[in-house]
Write a protein that binds this ligand. Structure first.
Ligand code: GDP
Ligand code: MN
Length: 351
């Protein structure tokens, strides 16, 4: 185990990635950040790291999205932190607002119950809206229709390792749909009916399940038995979606659209606190070829309180193999070993 990327990941760019080159070798992709005006400082932290370690070499455009108008200050500071193209989008109201079929009274009562169970953000409506939007709306934004791939970037995350190849091109050339860094077990209290609703959906849509699916990974009972039981049949293992590099064709597929539509009608984004991470992960595990999901081991990453920290001279500021900010119990949250158990680890196949 050398910590060096497996062979297919080594790419000498040798292309012209100048920011203002209209005929560059960039493929159809954008860095994508849903962010609030008040998070400008935290966003800059993320931008600086990603520009330093990767994007200053490839100059992929940044797209910032907000449910409100961005301020002039936000725009000028964001522009000042990259030489790449920068775009600012506002979310259409009908994509963000709580759907008409959601019963407000039931929503508030449900939030009380969630809060008693220590579900984070139970009463923060905008958080529920954000989770729903990230699950089934972002890729429908008119301003993203011309893009195929995106790299999701949140405020206040860190990137530690120099990455010297075009990761979007890697995704395309290797026919990958989805890339992740960290994978975790979810709080089952936030998603008690997500798996039962999924089972209901599958009862009528069994044909959508991919022949090379990751069902075994999704339904592993032994990994964290208590999680599995509280989540009513789902291990709760999911890709931590504050980082994701993905092909939007998957979210735009008829299979995913009908699945999201089913979940949305069931109301669990508001009566429970379904996150986009388990929703994306379950959909990928069912409807996509599991070999099209890639662990970006070589992209050193932190979103509090978890890390992806490779052993490599290319990385600075993160301790090799570190997974958490401290407490020992948090180590149990790392679900990657379970993913490798069912799907394998591409990085083990090389020496
Ligand atoms: P956490 O990581 O789950 O604790 O949630 P965050 O507070 O980091 O929110 C996840 C992402 O959604 C971040 O990129 C936030 O900037 C963004 N976000 C959350 N709520 C809102 C909102 O109401 N409006 C906008 N524009 N962005 C939001
Ligand atoms: Mn966050």
């Amino acid at each position: 185990e050398t910590g060096e990327p497996p062979e297919p990941l080594v790419r000498v760019s040798g292309h012209n990635y100048d920011a203002d080159n209209p005929n560059s070798d960039r493929i159809n992709a954008t860095l994508l950040s849903l962010v609030r005006n008040k998070e400008l400082e935290q966003l800059v932290i993320s931008m600086r790291d990603l520009e330093r370690t990767w994007n200053s070499k490839f100059n992929y455009p940044w797209t910032f999205i907000n449910d409100e108008e961005f301020t002039e200050e936000f725009k000028s500071v964001a522009r000042a932190n990259t030489k790449a193209e920068v775009r600012f989008l506002t979310i259409p109201k009908e994509h963000w607002e709580i759907p008409s079929w959601v019963n407000r009274e039931l929503m508030h009562e449900s939030a009380n119950i969630l809060e008693e169970q220590h579900v984070q953000y139970a009463h923060l409506e905008s958080y529920h809206q954000m989770c729903r939007w990230n699950s089934g709306m972002f890729y429908k934004h008119p301003g993203l229709q011309d893009y195929q791939y995106y790299w999701r970037v949140e405020p206040k995350v860190h990137f530690f390792c120099d990455v010297d190849y075009d990761v979007f091109r890697y995704m395309r050339d290797h026919n990958k749909t989805y890339g992740f860094t960290v994978s975790l077990y979810d709080a089952p209290e936030s998603i008690p009916s997500l798996w039962p609703e999924t089972v209901k959906f599958l009862a009528a849509n069994n044909h959508l399940i991919h022949e090379n699916n990751a069902m075994g990974w999704l339904t592993d009972e032994k990994a964290r038995p208590e999680h599995y039981h509280k989540a009513n049949g789902y291990s709760t293992c999911h890709f931590w979606s504050n980082f994701e590099i993905a092909n939007m064709d998957f979210w735009r597929s008829a299979a995913y659209e009908s699945y999201f539509e089913h979940l949305d009608r069931a109301g669990g984004f508001f009566y429970e606190r379904w996150g986009d991470a388990p929703v994306h992960s379950i959909a990928l595990g069912l409807f996509e070829d599991k070999d099209k999901i890639h662990w970006f081991k070589d992209i050193g990453y932190q979103h509090v309180p978890f890390f992806n920290c490779p052993n490599s001279a290319k990385c600075q500021g993160c301790t090799e193999g570190r997974f958490t900010d401290g407490e020992a119990w948090l180590g149990k949250e790392d679900c990657r070993p379970n993913w490798f158990k069912y799907v394998g680890n591409e990085w083990d196949t090389e020496d």
